[in-house]
Design a protein around this ligand. Structure first.
Ligand SMILES: Nc1nc2c(ncn2[C@@H]2O[C@H](COP(=O)(O)OP(=O)(O)OP(=O)(O)O)[C@@H](O)[C@H]2O)c(=O)[nH]1
Ligand SMILES: [Mg+2]
Length: 559
């Protein structure tokens, strides 16, 4: 550093020698001033050296943990991130709840639109207005038709058709692949004497017609909410995803209309209109500075807890929404069309009284249930409010990525410098197809992604944690009689219950890990329902301890 005052210490070949040499005609007073200045500079230099050393020590002690969340779209990555936030930055999480109200409003409206579209379709011929249709199909009214996934799979789909008269089609399921199988109406050519029943009866002439008309304002709220959630420079985020190849189009208008906004920054910033305090938690787009944002210092300051326009509309329409959702005919149509709304992400129709009230503030569970698709990559940085131990790292960076197929490429740059990966495989998707490619089974897609992650050389030394997620939905499906062996041929005649199915799938994922990992490493697997706070808290605590152990081990290896 600077401050060497003794010319004699300068080496003869030192380039500063000439410059720093005192002038030959220097007076004793000038020499004293020069020496004093040099001493001051030396002191400053020493102070800087000491502060750099101290900073380095703090950084070493503080240690930053980096965790990456991977998995297909709707696998539960962002929900897992929210669980971390809820557990380790509880104040910030609580304060942000109100910002989720707009997302939940949008989720509710989407559910209503699904119902309205479903009941607007030409209905089943034997149903007369206002009556509850019978659940059995009319002889010969429907035709079986089944398509198969054409990718390689660990879990071969059952290729057999299911009989002569029911109907299957897995490429034409309802919104976002929620219905792998759907009864379709015959084109009228074969089974029932060439008569087309499409226009014979619709519910438009039923008492539901009035409900539909009264619910029109709800539909208009969707555009308003999207405008509210998406900042003006984020137009592309509202574009609707287009099916990636020309399969026969699903009949319902909403099929591709999942609203997706960039997570964190954009929509929260737009909504909060609040002072930003990024000191304790911040969300930042890793590669996009404009996404940088802190959390609002107090959501309440923004006045968001008051009923806004969408909330008022929901409140005014609440009786009609409830009537629609509880209508026996509607339920029957949904059942017949295999629309199991309860299994949709962002389902709130069983809480209508509460979520449509004027003073509605989302609960923590509501925030976990809300659906907001991630586009791009988002790094959530936080200091743990709860420090698990003295010497443990306190700064965590959790990277949440968009999981749809077109976004998978963007994961790779984040494989560098990562302590652990949580991979989410939603095993309830065994009978569903991808929203973005309706020829691909969701479970099969998860398996292929898992294999790619396991075999990736950049991740050789990264511990992998597998969440076999959505076990609650899996249980619900199995209890409703859906047979796993129908979709996973190798499952054979094992018991069709959640324990056996999850055990079986776990062994399959584990085998892939063993076979494809470039070198042996630890493997942790959990059966999860990440919307469930009680069970997830324990799992996250185990993961946290495991990640910290791994982090410390790596740090020691490096030091
Ligand atoms: N019932 C249930 N719902 C879940 C579970 N995990 C996630 N969800 C819901 O599924 C939806 C999708 O979850 P997200 O966390 O948004 O999925 P993601 O992986 O981030 O999806 P992308 O952002 O599209 O990549 C949300 O509405 C969640 O509340 C679960 O274990 N059980
Ligand atoms: Mg997400």
């Amino acid at each position: 550093m600077w401050g060497t005052s003794e010319p004699s210490l300068l080496r003869s070949d030192d380039p500063f020698d000439e410059a720093l040499r005192p002038p030959p005609d220097e007076t004793p007073e000038q020499a004293a001033i020069r020496l004093q200045r040099e001493e001051e500079a030396r002191q400053i230099s020493l102070a800087i050296d000491a502060s750099i050393k101290a900073e380095r020590q703090v950084r070493k002690k503080k240690r930053i943990v980096r965790l990456l969340l991977l998995g297909q779209s709707e696998s539960g990555k962002s929900t897992t991130l929210r669980q971390f936030q809820r557990l380790y930055t509880p104040t910030a999480f609580r304060e942000e709840r109100i910002l989720w109200r707009a997302v939940i409003q949008l989720n509710i409206i989407r559910s209503i639109r699904i119902i309205l579209d479903a009941i607007s379709l030409p209905t089943f011929p034997h149903m007369s207005p206002g009556t509850s249709p019978k659940l059995h199909k009319r002889d010969g009214s429907y035709r079986r038709e089944r398509r198969h996934s054409n990718g390689t799979t660990m879990f071969p789909m059952n290729g057999e058709t299911t009989g002569p008269s029911g109907s299957y089609r897995n490429d034409n399921g309802y919104a976002n692949g929620y219905y792998h199988a759907e009864f379709v109406e015959s084109d009228g050519e074969s089974d029932h004497g060439g008569r087309s029943d499409h226009s014979s009866v619709t519910l438009y002439s039923s008492p539901l017609e009035g409900l539909k008309l009264r619910l029109l304002p709800i539909k208009h709220m969707e555009a308003l909410l999207v405008a509210k959630l998406v900042p003006p420079n984020e137009d592309e985020a509202t574009q609707l995803p287009v099916p990636s190849h020309p399969v026969r189009q699903p009949p319902l208008a909403y099929r591709t209309q999942e609203v997706f906004v960039r997570p964190g920054a954009g929509w929260k910033g737009a909504l909060s209109r609040a002072r930003v305090d990024s000191s304790s938690a911040s969300l930042e787009g890793s590669d996009e500075d404009h996404l940088r944002i802190g959390r609002p210092s107090s959501a309440g300051d923004a006045g968001l807890e008051n009923a806004d326009e969408p909330q008022q509309v929901l409140y005014q329409c609440r009786r009609d929404i409830m009537a629609l959702w509880n209508d026996e005919t509607v339920r029957t149509i949904l059942a017949r069309r295999k629309i199991r709304l309860e299994e949709f992400p962002g389902f709130f129709l069983n809480d209508l009284e509460r979520v449509t009230s004027l003073k509605y503030t989302p609960t923590e569970d509501d925030v976990l249930k809300a659906r907001l698709k991630t586009v791009g990559v988002c790094e959530y940085k936080f200091e743990m409010e709860i420090r698990p131990g003295r010497d443990t790292p306190s700064e965590w960076r959790i990277v949440d990525v968009g999981g749809s197929r077109s976004q998978v490429e963007s994961w790779v740059p984040f494989f560098d410098d990562v302590d652990a990966i949580i991979f989410l495989a939603p095993i309830s998707g065994f009978d569903q197809v991808l929203a973005e490619d309706r020829t691909v089974n969701r479970l099969e897609d998860s398996v292929l992604l898992w294999r790619a992650v396991c075999s990736n050389k950049l991740l050789t030394n990264v511990d992998l944690v597998l969440f076999l997620n959505k076990c609650d939905i899996l249980e619900h499906k199995l209890k409703s009689g859906i047979k796993v062996s129908k979709y996973i041929r190798t499952y054979g005649d094992r018991p069709n219950d959640v324990d056996n199915v999850s055990k079986y799938l776990r062994s399959k994922f584990s085998a892939i890990h063993r076979e494809y990992s470039p070198s042996p490493r630890k493997f942790y697997a959990f059966c999860t329902s990440v919307t469930d706070t009680a069970t997830t808290a324990g799992i996250i605590a185990s993961v946290r301890d495991m990640v910290i152990r791994q982090h410390l081990k790596q740090s020691k290896l490096l030091s």
